[in-house]
Write a protein that binds this ligand. Sequence first.
Ligand code: KG4
Ligand code: ZN
Length: 341
Amino acid sequence: MEKDIKILAIESSCDETSAAVVVNGREVLSNVISSQIDIHKKFGGVVPEVASRKHIEVISAVVQESLDIAKVSLEDIDAVGVTYGPGLVGALLVGLQYAKGLSYAIDKPLIGVNHIEGHISANFIEYKELKPPFVCLVVSGGHTFIVYMKDFGEFEVMGETRDDAAGEAYDKVARAIGLGYPGGPKIDKLAKEGNEKAIKFPRANFHDDNSLDFSFSGVKSSVLNYINNMKMKEVEVNKADVAASFQKSVVDFLVDNAMKACEIKKVDKIAMAGGVASNSCLRYSLVKEGEKRGIKVLFPEPILCTDNAAMIGSAAYFELQRGRAADLNLNAIPNLKLGER
Ligand code: KG4
Ligand code: ZN
């Protein structure tokens, strides 16, 4: 029997400081997440400089807790995995420098992980037998991609947003209707009380029927214009209807392109990833459309959808299997592209 590989993983690309211990890329022994949401809430979004400082304050304790919960010591760790991009450069550097220090101290390989690859890999934790090829819809606060994962470590971006990310649009619309930050879960909840057909918010048109790209800044502006018009007319806005109609427009766009991607690649599996993958309307609509076409929809549990280190530990394991360890020259790359090194 082959020896189990235990990876200590660190994630600090945005506003969550997280550390995890993951065995063979699939089994999570610990996944400690220290969120800064309460701090950034006051500002209505993430303040990069504040995020970096908070990461520095908590990272040692978060790593120690992840080892304690996993009941392992540093001597038991076979490699250190860390997010090195994309993300906020100052925030990334905190996790990266810490990981480099650990890797050097315990003399074990350092593995740099792409944050988006990490999000996709959350599915390998949820579904123990899952292997590529499959299509993945990555929808978070900073990213919106349709990715074809051909094999471990091999990605083809089939579509992406040309402006706002899906989660960003949710957060901006939530702010406009006074729901606070982060707005995604709040819109998700409020939309359940609204009528999704009440207001018609338009979808972007690219004059290219084959494009699988997205654009969400148009729908966001339409919502803002609608709210302003109603205010000028002194008519009270039905927030639940706005939430439901906005959500319908975003979800339909995501689902249509995701289904087209599965047809193009002739796959029968679509995985979801990123914070917005927790959205109940998106999950419901994808499953419904998938059933019509014989496509199975996979989604990780919510804690594995938002930023966490377990997903980084999973991706790091598959990178290590392919012999892709980094060295201590590894640097943070804020705009790192999927599949690039
Ligand atoms: O993946 P994530 O934790 O961080 C990034 O890498 O961006 O995603 C956070 C985003 C936020 O924009 C948040 O509003 C959104 O995910 N989100 C949701 C839901 N839960 C989180 N959006 C819609 N519906 C949800 N239930
Ligand atoms: Zn993320």
